[in-house]
Structure formats: C-alpha cells, structure tokens
Ligand binder design. Structure first.
Ligand code: NDP
Length: 344
C-alpha cells in the first residue's frame, strides 16, 4: 500500500476545508489549534494503471501549515512531520511520499536523528520525498511547453529560482545534460551553495531575481517559500513561460498578458480517474486526474513494488534516476500537465 503525507497551503485554506477534512471543530480556530491537531488518515485511494494494475493507498493529513514556519513554531512544524510519518508506518503503509514542505522540514531540521516516535521506530526506507519524479515532470514541462509556444531551447535563457534546492539542482542537471538550453540563470540566496552548483554544472550565471527576470524566456520556480512573491509582468520578456512548481505557489501573478504563459509546475495528469477526494480539497483543476508529481512517485513505486526511499537526502538526484522514474511514469499512464489550448 502507498501513502501520501500532505498539508494545506495556509491557515485560511485549512479553516475553509476543515469540515471536509474531518476536523469540523477547527473551522473557526486559530494556529494554536492546528499546532495541536494530530495527524489523521482522511482519504483512502484506489489508482488504476493503464496496464490494468490496481493499487490502494491512504492520504495522511499532517496538519502542518506554512504559518508555523513563518511564526517560528518550529517545534510544532517538526512534530507534525514525524508524527505523520509514524502514523503512516503504524497503519502498515509500505511507501509514503513526503509532500510539500514535509521533506523540506525533515531535511532542514535534521529529523533523521528523531527515529523513535513513542512506540514506533521510523524505517526511513518506507518514505520518499518524491522529488525525483517532481524534477523529471518539471523538466518535461519546460521541454514540451517551450515547443508548444515556439520557444527554441537552443536560443533560450532559463532562470531557475531555487536552483540550489533538491528539485532545482536536479532540474539544472537535466537541462544541462539533456537539452541544448542556451543560458542557465541560477537564483537562490546562499552564495556558497550557488558557487558549488555552478562548478558542478560547469555553467550557469548566478544572478538575483530582479536581474534575472528581464532576461529569461522561461522561469522555473522551485524555491521553498512559505508565501508567494508578487511578479510585475512589465519586467518580463514577451513571450515568457513561467512554471511555478512551488507548494504553496512561489509566485503570485495577476499578470494578464497574452504572451505571458503560466503553467502549474510539478503536476501530473493521470489517464484514468482516481477514486479520492483530497485533490478537490487542495483545489486541483481536475481533481479526479491531476495530482502532485511527488505523490505520484509513491504510486509509481507501489506499482513497481520498489519499497525503498527512491528520493532521499538533498541534492543527490541524478539524471539517470529521473529517466528511470520517468519511464515508469509513462508506463502507468501519467503525463506532465500542459498548457491548455486557451493558455497558448
Ligand atoms: P529545498 O529546500 O531543497 O530548496 C529550496 C530552494 O529555494 C533552495 O535553492 C533555496 O536556497 C531557495 N530559496 C528559498 N527561499 C528563497 C527565496 N526567498 N528566494 C530565493 N530562493 C529561495 O526545496 P525542494 O527542492 O525540496 O522544494 C522546492 C519547492 O517545490 C517547494 O515549494 C516544495 O513545496 C515544492 N514541491 C513540489 C512538489 C510537487 O509535487 N509539485 C513536490 C515536492 C516539493 P536559499 O535558501 O539559499 O535561498
């Protein structure tokens, strides 16, 4: 059985869906209440592959909210993640994806050392960050959407915001090794890590966001921001493709311009309907078929009976592993979300 550990995007979002989620008493309560809420399995799932194979899974709501980080409720945030992991393991789930901020909190606060959660000894091989599949999907979105929009990669400048992150660095590796992208702009805050990435890639220009945006034909957002930044469409090139892979979204753009194309990044569409309610709660456009690529990774590992932490640690995702998970993704009927005809 596969599992998904997820969370909502804000306190406001949590309050508005508390009833549907099974926490009706939290609908009008503040952050303190969410800080004390235990993890809960709120959805059972059945997925059918295009091969005909069927698998079952469970969705574990961790009750983490990005405001916990913004308000320095670090202890609550870390407890949410490890308690949700222990809950998944106690419920017999073989492979569970750590969605959204769960894997970021796990890494940033070094939760690997907290193995014993009451009577549960966490077995980390039962968990995957899902970041290999997410990075693969975003790279395919860059390639496919660029082609649709007539942006030639060999003449294009691609800016990656969050380039030194787990997903961002994997995207940079793929774009360098497998595409003819003309120029790569690397954006993050920590200069040392940017320098290390630049020497690993043997290419890429380190720039801050303000300098990078006006130069980019394609902008990929994979920064771990608890709240999105506002973009001024005036400064962007026309045409420009913006792929927002963050959860919550990294970018708050109200830009309405026929030549600025915004694509939800790291989202896959399944060929068949999935029997679940959770994607409606997180406001997916087509909740029966669309989902986060990291969640799909645990489904893929379950389909293939690969019970190991396929994606783990930081900045270790190789192009080979992305190709491997990409093949499995196609085999079972998942495809990267594309721009709809109205968005082109
Ligand atoms: P990491 O923590 O590994 O990396 C985050 C990156 O963002 C780093 O390069 C960091 O560098 C940079 N960053 C953080 N804050 C800022 C800022 N204010 N300005 C510029 N750069 C910034 O995160 P992941 O790679 O694991 O995840 C990235 C995003 O993808 C997250 O939003 C996550 O929720 C989302 N995600 C989406 C999935 C999906 O299925 N669609 C699956 C998993 C994750 P520095 O700190 O030096 O600035």
């Amino acid at each position: 059985m596969f599992g998904l550990i997820g969370h909502l995007t804000s306190l406001e979002h949590a309050q508005s869906v508390a009833k549907e989620l099974g926490y009706p008493e939290y609908a009008d309560r503040g952050l303190d209440f969410w800080c004390s809420a235990p993890p809960q399995i709120v959805d059972t799932i059945e997925v059918t592959s295009i091969t005909g194979q069927k698998i079952q899974g469970k969705y574990v709501e961790s009750c983490f909210l990005p405001e916990m980080l913004a308000n320095r409720r670090i202890k609550a945030a870390t407890r949410k993640v490890i308690n949700a992991m222990a809950h998944a393991q106690k419920n017999g789930i073989d492979i569970t994806a750590l969605g959204g901020f769960s894997s970021i909190i796990f890494e940033n606060f070094n939760l690997e050392k907290l193995k014993q959660i009451r009577n549960v000894t966490l077995e980390f091989k039962r968990f995957t960050t899902g970041n290999t599949h997410t990075a693969y999907v975003i790279c395919r979105q860059v390639e496919q959407a660029a082609e649709k929009l007539g942006i030639e990669l060999s003449k294009a400048t691609v800016a990656v915001c969050g380039a030194t992150g787990d997903i961002g660095s994997a995207i940079c590796r793929w774009l360098s090794a497998k595409t003819s992208v003309k120029e790569l702009l690397l954006i993050a805050r920590d200069r040392e890590r940017l320098n290390a990435l630049q020497s690993e890639l043997g290419r890429g220009q380190i720039l801050d966001l303000e300098a990078a945006l006006p130069q980019a034909d394609i902008v990929v957002w994979v920064a771990s921001m608890p709240k999105g930044v506002e973009i001024n469409g005036e400064v962007l090139k026309k045409p420009c493709l913006l792929i927002d892979g963050g959860y919550p979204k990294n970018m708050e753009t109200k830009v309405r311009h026929p030549e600025i194309h915004v694509l939800k990044g790291g989202i896959v569409e399944h060929s068949l309907d999935i029997d679940w309610k959770i994607m409606k709660i997180v406001n997916m456009d087509v909740p029966g078929r669309q989902l986060f690529a990291c969640f799909a990774e645990s489904m893929l590992l379950e389909f293939e009976k690969i019970y190991t932490n396929f994606s783990w640690g930081r900045n270790q995702i190789t192009v080979e592993k992305m190709e491997e998970i990409g093949k499995i993704s196609v085999k079972h009927g998942f495809r990267p979300l594309m721009l709809s005809p109205g968005e082109i």
